[in-house]
Design a protein around this ligand. Structure first.
Ligand SMILES: Cc1cc2nc3c(=O)[nH]c(=O)nc-3n(C[C@H](O)[C@H](O)[C@H](O)COP(=O)(O)OP(=O)(O)OC[C@H]3O[C@@H](n4cnc5c(N)ncnc54)[C@H](O)[C@@H]3O)c2cc1C
Length: 392
């Protein structure tokens, strides 16, 4: 094998050279935080199907990760690209941690930020940004995932109050949240409601036996005639565009985050291949291994560049939903492919929690599915390019 010093995966594409100083600082700070507070414990959390949400939330809050690129209300007000970079660093540790941050900031807080009244924003956002109050986002139902417009959860008027009934499934942070953003049918289209989780009639049950995102809390919610005041409704969201506007924000974080998981896998696989000897020489010195590593590095670099391009568009307020779909489709699909290929390089060791690759691969099964499945994003892009909707 050549004695030449190996480049790191980061050095190959020199993506860092495209970052602003503030973005690089955030990258380093979040990377260090993840190395100290997530990585040492993540295998155990994954194995035990737990995540210390309550302990980590104030720490994430101090780092400014919740609603990071929102302005005011205690939010950090960084660029959207900086937020993406932070997602990449957190997800390099585990997709579960990034999911927790996405749900809090991009879904629950964004719903209030985009569609809430000034009073609602003042009441909830500063404490959510600090991680003192946790939120979840209830859109999916047992029979309505890709097609949330068919939801059965309903809010009806009773005098000036609302009465909410129905159920939601697959809700991240559902059992630990203090407040749920719940989307429901009304006589006037789908509307969003801010529902304190201690409201009489609110129940959350943790979902078990997951093989993916085990270090993340997932719950079923049920609403048994929950009585809510008139001002529980988000005034500026009407119809499916409301929740979709939030999903677009969460998808943006995933475009970056999934590349973090892929990067972590590739680094682990390269290190492993350099030290593992098969047939009397390092696995890294075989052409078949190098072909895998080269192809993965190329896809990783392309995905990171795509993320950065979309981040810059978002910072100029020019990012279109179809472009978010391009990023979500490509980067989650390539990330899971990279994770699985890395797993082959690690052989049997690859199936253990001693190494991150199968944990990431399993996590990415969820990341590929939530916030719009790969197929849904193909349909979005197909519709944009042909003018024909093929959803039905
Ligand atoms: C770990 C985890 C956490 C989650 N967290 C949340 C959360 O916090 N809040 C929340 O609201 N939801 C959450 N979800 C739910 C997630 O958003 C849904 O699972 C997702 O939208 C897909 O819905 P579904 O599982 O019902 O699949 P389905 O919609 O039943 O899809 C099944 C298959 O059919 C395909 N399909 C669907 N429509 C079409 C079509 N028109 N043409 C061709 N193929 C199609 C899909 O791509 C998929 O392959 C979470 C899911 C997971 C796994």
């Amino acid at each position: 094998m050549s004695e030449a010093k190996a480049l790191t995966v980061d050095e190959l594409f020199a993506i860092d050279s495209l970052l602003q100083p503030e973005e690089r600082e955030i990258q380093q700070t979040v990377r260090k935080f993840a190395a100290e507070h997530i990585r040492p414990h993540i295998a155990d959390w994954f194995e035990n199907a737990t995540f210390p949400v309550k302990e980590l939330a104030p720490e994430f809050g101090k780092l400014g990760l919740f609603g990071m690129h929102l302005e005011g209300y205690g939010c950090a007000g960084t660029s959207a690209t900086a937020y993406g970079i932070a997602c990449m660093e957190i997800e390099a540790a585990d997709s579960g941690a990034r999911s927790m941050i996405s749900v809090q900031g991009s879904l629950a807080m964004t719903a209030i930020y985009k569609y809430g009244s000034e009073e609602q924003k003042q009441q909830w956002l500063p404490r959510m940004a600090a991680g003192e109050v946790l939120g979840c986002f209830g859109l999916t139902e047992p029979d309505f995932g890709s097609n949330p417009g068919g939801m059965r959860t309903r809010a009806r008027r009773d005098g000036s109050d609302w009465v909410l009934s129905g159920s939601k499934m697959w809700i991240t942070n559902g059992t630990v949240a203090d407040v749920a953003i719940v989307w429901a049918q009304t006589d006037d289209k789908i509307r969003g409601f801010i529902v304190p989780t201690d409201s009489p009639g609110f129940q959350a049950h943790e979902m078990h036996k997951k093989l993916s995102l085990r270090a993340s809390i997932t719950a079923e919610l049920s609403f048994d005639d929950i009585r809510l005041p008139e001002d529980a409704m988000l005034p500026d969201a009407r119809g499916l565009a409301g929740p979709l506007g939030c999903l677009s924000e969460a998808r943006f974080g995933i475009i970056f985050g999934s590349m973090g998981a892929a990067r972590d896998c590739l680094q682990a696989a390269i290190e492993y291949a350099q030290t593992r000897e098969v047939f009397d020489k390092p696995l890294a010195a075989y052409q078949l291994t190098q072909a895998k590593i080269a192809d993965m590095a190329v896809e990783l670099g392309k995905g990171q560049l795509l993320a950065l391009h979309l981040g810059r568009l978002k910072d100029q307020d020019k990012l279109r939903p179809e472009q978010v779909s391009v990023g979500k489709l490509n980067n989650t699909r390539e990330a899971i492919e990279i994770a699985r290929t890395c797993r082959t390089i690690l052989g049997a060791n690859g199936i253990t929690l001693e190494y991150p690759v199968l944990r990431h691969a399993n996590n990415l099964e969820s990341v590929l599915t939530y916030e719009g499945t790969a197929e849904v994003h193909q349909l979005v892009i197909g519709q944009a390019l042909t003018g024909s909707s093929a959803f039905r």
